[in-house]
Ligand binder design. Structure first.
Ligand code: VNL
Length: 385
């Protein structure tokens, strides 16, 4: 080698270089930031930013860079974006996934590229089986439906109608509710499914009204609960004495406060309420509101916040490395979430968490899901069979 080359090399090594692109750990965050499920994107994005602001945005001397992309909740778009993030941006982690079809469309890319994929929202039980690289920090519908099915039987309900959105999580909720409720001697008198896109609840609610049910059990995805609640009242189901019971997706903290009187007394089961009484949650709700013009975090925000925790703690353990090492470092994490104590089950890569029975009440003039009972450390029941 020539002397001049040696000098150039020596200089290059000695000079303090600005952080190179490869010194950043990139996280590709794919969320529905526009379209009918934009509230899910807005909540998760805000939570991811909050986690980084509170915990620092570098690991093992590398800067953590979030690349946020909007898929508008269209599965083909999610898949294309994921491909670009992996191939062009060389992301270490894929994260987000607002709805089940979006997560399922991306799973093969995670598998082929050995990229850990953190599902922060989507909640159909089978998602974690679609790729060994998927880790979930949200919940599953069977996990949160068992509690309300048990509650219904214990509280004297005998005839219940079900109404769910017609895709993965809705079908999981319907199946789990029916199985448990009938096992305890109850009867599901009618079961209706409404489309995911542009649902008109009126004809379905009419069927429920005519079915002789004492109560309606329902699941609709985050954000859709307002329309359902409004039509429930407009069709006079509450006046007819039909009780509404649901998973907590329906009384989502993002929209609950605007639902008005019809929501008061609605009983749900879920893994997160902004009213959860713990110092960790009080701190979370306060900081989230402060950073976002008073916005109340919902269960989507908590899935995003905890997802960042799992990713960053994993990266700390691997000193910034990704792939199988990072996946291994995500499995088995145990920590205190704003929702309560959680575990990422190393076998299933799914989250194990407390599930709460809650009742909508007014607290200082605001509507909240007030927790009244706790089921400890609930695993996804669909996987423990
Ligand atoms: C899903 C499940 C989406 C529960 C949701 O809101 C929800 C899903 C957008 O798996 O698609 O509340």
């Amino acid at each position: 080698m020539q002397r001049r080359t040696w000098i150039a090399l020596a200089l290059a090594v000695a000079l303090p270089l600005p952080a190179l692109a490869q010194d950043a750990v990139k996280i590709g965050l794919i969320l529905p930031m526009t379209g009918p499920f934009a509230s899910t994107g807005r909540q998760i994005d805000a939570a991811v930013k909050l986690y980084l602001a509170q915990n620092g945005s570098s690991v093992a001397g590398k800067k953590v860079e979030i690349i946020l992309k909007d898929d508008a909740s269209v599965a083909d778009t999610t898949r294309r974006i994921a491909q670009e993030l992996v191939v062009n941006d060389k992301v270490t982690v894929l994260a987000g996934f607002g709805l089940t079809p979006l997560a399922l469309a991306t799973a093969p890319i995670a598998t082929q590229s050995k990229t850990p994929m953190v599902v922060m929202a989507a909640a159909t039980s089978s998602i974690t089986e679609a790729s060994p690289y998927i880790v979930r920090t949200s919940f599953t519908l069977p996990q949160v439906t068992l509690g309300i099915a048990e509650w219904a039987s214990k509280n004297g309900l005998k005839k219940v109608a079900t109404l769910v959105t017609d895709y993965g999580p809705g079908i999981d909720a319907e199946k789990t509710f029916k199985e448990r409720f009938t096992l305890n001697g109850g009867e599901v008198v009618t079961d209706v499914r409404v489309p995911l896109r542009n649902p008109d609840f009126a004809p379905f609610l009419q069927r429920v009204r005519d079915s002789g049910a004492q109560a309606l059990f329902t699941f609709v995805p985050s954000g859709v609960g307002s329309a359902l609640m409004k039509q429930f009242a407009e069709r006079g189901l509450d006046k007819a004495g039909i009780r509404l019971i649901a998973t907590g997706d329906v009384t989502d903290d993002d929209i609950l406060n605007d639902m008005g009187e019809v929501a008061v007394g609605v009983v749900t089961s879920h893994h997160y309420s902004a009213a959860h009484k713990s110092p960790a949650n009080q701190k979370f709700v306060e900081a989230f509101g402060k950073a976002n013009k008073g916005m109340r975090p919902n269960f989507m925000a908590v899935g995003g916040y905890d997802g960042m925790r799992v990713i960053l703690e994993g990266l700390k353990a691997t000193k910034g490395a990704g792939g199988d090492a990072l996946l291994a470092a995500m499995k088995g994490q145990v920590f205190e979430s704003p929702r309560g104590p959680v575990l990422i089950d190393a076998q299933t890569r799914d989250i194990v968490q407390d599930v709460y029975i809650r009742k909508v009440e007014r607290v200082n003039g605001q509507l909240y899901n007030v927790e009244i009972e706790t089921q400890k450390s609930v695993k996804d029941p669909a996987k423990s069979k």
